[in-house]
Design a protein. Structure first.
Length: 105
């Protein structure tokens, strides 16, 4: 199934790419070469093969839940914030990395 120049012109219009007649001719040949390169893949027997939408397959979250340390206690909030350069309420206050527009968080 070869692409015609009208097909390529339609794709270029859809992508809002302006092509001269010479570029249209070159792109038509290039895209048909690309389709020819994919021909061996089209010959695989894929009957009953479910499509995958991610190369890794079924992804799941690998993050562990929050748990207390081995001694059953965690660092007290006041102790954690005691050496902070700046704090705001119950949080560390750090300079914005987004510049002036990002605000100071």
């Amino acid at each position: 199934m070869a692409l015609t120049q009208d097909d390529v012109r339609g794709i270029a219009d859809y992508a809002r790419i302006a092509l001269t007649e010479e570029e249209l001719e070159e792109m038509c040949a290039y895209m048909n070469e690309a389709i020819d390169l994919l021909q061996p893949i089209r010959e695989y027997d894929l009957e009953g093969v479910e499509p995958t939408f991610h190369p890794i397959g079924d992804l799941s979250n690998v993050m562990a839940g929050d748990v207390q340390n081995a001694h059953g206690r965690s660092l007290d909030l006041d102790v954690a914030l005691s050496n902070a350069g700046a704090k705001q309420g119950r949080s560390f206050r750090v300079p914005s990395i987004l510049g002036e527009e990002g605000g100071d968080r």
